[in-house]
Design a protein. Structure first.
Length: 227
């Protein structure tokens, strides 16, 4: 397993689907079976002192990855109550263009289960949202684990862009068109999207842990002569 800007990949003997998390440089891979097990990464207690700035930043990498895995696991366990929609339009972007491979412009009909959490605002699509894209709406994780039996096909997709809506009051319209990055080629015709979790906070922390800016401030905050 590699750190600090290189690929981070966990290989699992199972032939399950890969969990795709777009905010890690290039990709993070983790099988579905491994995602539902706790923990995947061996997370050690963060020390009270650090030998270097590198040591400080790297001490938070595995805890962040494990926290992200736990968030995805938690959302998968309540997938039957999650916001979902049927895809009515799916067009692949130019794989040789600036967006790379497996990028699609998506249009959905309408979001259902938008008020699944009492007291919270209705769901609307945001950059960083992680979805399950399947040929049928999954009710449990077991529905996704049946891949290979001819009963289900699916992928993880992450929202990369949501076009701005000139009518700010029209929330529904702004949530129906967006661009996603998929973990694999999308070849099946009948499609449903199920919302899992938004990973923007995790993405910002990840980028901060790989910052290459003014480390002088970081050294002063750490208050150590050995850095």
């Amino acid at each position: 397993m590699a750190l600090c800007g290189e690929d981070i990949q966990v290989n699992h003997p199972s032939r399950s689907k890969w969990v795709f998390v777009n905010w890690v440089p290039k990709h993070t891979c983790l099988t579905l079976n491994a995602c539902m097990k706790s923990p995947v990464w061996e997370v050690q207690k963060i020390p009270e002192s650090f030998d270097s700035v590198q040591h400080y930043f790297s001490s938070y990498l595995y805890p962040l990855l494990e926290e992200t895995r736990a968030q995805v696991q938690s959302s998968m366990e309540t997938i039957d109550r999650a916001p979902f929609a049927e895809v009515v339009g799916c067009e692949e972007c130019n794989p040789y263009g600036p967006y790379g491979e497996n990028v699609y412009d998506i249009k959905v009909d309408c979001w259902r289960n938008r008020f699944n959490d009492c007291g919270k605002e209705p769901y609307k699509t945001l950059p960083g949202d992680l979805f399950v894209l399947a040929d049928a709406k999954p009710e449990t994780v077991s529905d996704l684990q049946r891949v290979g039996t001819g009963r289900s096909s699916w992928a993880f997709v992450s929202v990369t862009n949501v076009p701005k809506n000139e009518d700010e009051d029209d929330i529904d319209s702004s949530s129906l068109y967006f661009r996603v990055k998929a973990s694999k080629d999308i070849t099946y015709k009948s499609l449903f999207l199920v919302f899992l979790v938004n990973l923007i906070p995790n993405s910002r922390i990840w980028k901060a842990l790989h910052m290459s800016g003014n480390l002088k401030i970081i050294k002063e905050v750490l208050c150590t002569n050995s850095v």
